[in-house]
Design a protein around this ligand. Structure first.
Ligand SMILES: [Zn+2]
Length: 527
């Protein structure tokens, strides 16, 4: 038995190399049962060969004994077989085979593959990545390219952050002002707060910024993702992070003031009024309209960073105060739990399971809401919540790819795991997700720079069991994917080790507008 010949990320759980080879040519047909047609098309599209319902040397078979998303890939001197119990499993078998073919293929299109047995399955059912297009808008081609690469890494959840203080990005027929007003802000580039505002390139500026996705464009992306076995999870952040909505519909606020779509990074205190029924009627209509576009189980209702707004509820808004009296509660925290529990009920009626950021989760938050862990909480808090609800784990900054590579290097991402983050009850951990907030990621090439190559380290942590993971071995396998990234024109970061660079003695944590980290690396080289 020799060592695996091909570099596969994420690393398969069991990979045995056998004697002999099998040669794939352009005439090699793919035989595929109808249930696994996505896998067959994915592979034949790459081979530029055909799918054949009767004959083929590459066969996709059903094996009901395998668990969900698992696959077996067997290459013998006679042919190639992929077995799986479901569509995703068959698809991941096709992905692994595609990665092998990419490495074995010669210029004439012939690939000589070494015989092997692979048995593979994911560690986590939820393997996600988030793109924030509320702060900056990247467009359909960028999303499709990202989905292609997520599929290659067996990631299956695309969390799409389309609504925030800085913009609302979904076409609405129900509430047209959400596009006329909320999708538009005065400046393309957002300003930085405090020390960051002194960094060249972190001032607000540029032209008026007006973007949103038409419903047909969203449907096109949803269809594209479906063929790659990726679910799309939209996020409508509620009740905070809603200034863009309030700019169009100020009657939904507590103070009924005038609001503008936000042109800064940071958190505002403005919040939806949780005391009046009009707010709930608006939210229900909006969610009904948005859910129709996304035929998936999960829906992200945000819930984060609303505590500044709690003060308005508690001190300034008589309607919210009256509501709190009626409910027999005293704090903004309890009112937020009431608010998000009502949103959860609306989403359940629409057939969805809700996800909420962990800082919006309080003692009275319904336990069928999935927690999305990002901001630090004590081990005692995590234990209590981990025992009563399901979680997705995205510790900040380790899985926050908007943090610079010098602060969150590749190895740190590789070595992160949910138990280290405090989630010892792994039965209640659905999985993991990387985040990439786009306050200062103002173009898609900068987004790629922030995400790659860390996404490879992340994907291996999401898929491969810890006992099979080794950083050195991963790093060697990454060499092939560096070539891949260059061939696909992916603007990946070459910074892999922890380095610190400073501006006026303060550490700089984020990538800047126009890919500022490039500039600071040049500065760094001079040191
Ligand atoms: Zn209010």
């Amino acid at each position: 038995m020799s060592k695996p010949k091909y570099s596969i990320i994420p690393k398969p759980q069991k990979y045995t190399v056998n004697d002999g080879t099998y040669t794939v040519t352009q005439d090699t047909a793919v035989l595929c049962i109808p249930e696994f047609i996505k896998a067959g098309k994915y592979l034949s599209g790459f081979l530029k060969t055909k799918t054949d319902a009767n004959n083929g040397a590459i066969k996709f078979n059903k094996d009901a004994s395998l668990k969900s998303e698992a696959y077996k890939l067997k290459i013998t001197t006679e042919g190639i077989t992929v077995s799986a119990s479901d569509e995703n499993g068959a698809f991941y078998g096709a992905v692994t085979l595609k990665i092998m073919l990419m490495q074995a293929k010669s210029a004439d299109g012939v690939a000589v593959l070494n015989c092997c047995d692979i048995y593979d399955y994911p560690k986590f059912a939820y393997r996600g990545g988030m793109m924030d297009e509320a702060r900056h808008f990247f467009g359909i081609d960028a999303v499709k390219k990202t989905l292609d690469n997520m599929a290659l890494l067996k990631l299956n959840k695309f969390h799409w952050h389309l609504c925030d203080d800085q913009g609302y990005r979904i076409e609405s027929e129900e509430f047209p002002l959400l596009n006329e007003i909320s999708s538009k802000r005065k400046y393309e580039l957002l300003g930085g707060a405090e020390i960051l505002s002194k960094i060249p390139g972190l001032q607000k500026g540029g032209d008026e910024y007006f973007h949103y996705y038409k419903k047909d464009e969203i449907r096109e992306i949803v269809e594209y993702a479906k063929n790659l076995c990726i679910d799309i999870i939209p996020e409508i952040d509620l009740p905070g992070h809603t200034v863009a909505i309030l700019a169009a519909y100020p009657e939904l606020s507590c103070l009924k003031g005038e609001y503008e779509v936000f042109c800064e990074n940071g958190i505002t205190k403005d919040i939806l009024c949780a005391g009046q029924e009009e707010t709930y009627e608006f939210v229900e209509k909006l969610l009904t309209e948005v859910c129709e576009l996304f035929p998936y189980k999960y829906f992200h209702m945000g819930g984060d960073e609303a505590s500044k707004g709690h003060k308005i509820w508690e001190k300034d808004c008589p309607v919210c105060q009256q509501k709190m009296k009626e409910l027999g509660i005293e704090t903004g925290k309890d009112l937020q739990a009431y608010f998000n529990n009502r949103v959860n009920e609306m989403l359940k009626k629409l057939g969805k399971t809700s996800i909420e950021w962990n800082d919006g989760i309080y003692d009275s938050t319904a336990t069928d809401i999935i927690g999305h862990y990002w901001i630090y909480r004590s081990p005692a808090w995590i234990k209590k919540e981990n025992d009563k609800r399901k979680f997705i784990v995205s510790p900040c900054p380790t899985l926050y790819f908007d943090y610079s590579h010098s602060v969150v290097p590749l190895k740190k991402v590789y070595n992160s795991n949910v138990v280290k983050s405090g989630f010892v009850n792994e039965k209640n951990v659905l999985g993991v997700e990387f985040e990439s907030w786009a306050e200062w990621i103002d173009a898609f090439d900068v987004w790629e720079f922030s995400v790659y190559p860390r996404i490879f380290a992340f994907a291996e942590g999401a898929w491969t069991e810890d006992k099979f993971k080794h950083y050195k071995d991963f790093y060697k396998r990454l060499n092939f994917f560096k070539m891949y990234m260059r061939s696909k024109n992916i603007n990946y970061s070459r910074i892999e080790k922890k380095v610190w660079f400073r501006v006026k003695n303060k550490s700089v944590f984020h990538l800047g507008n126009r890919g500022n980290e490039f500039k600071y690396n040049e500065e760094l080289k001079k040191l």
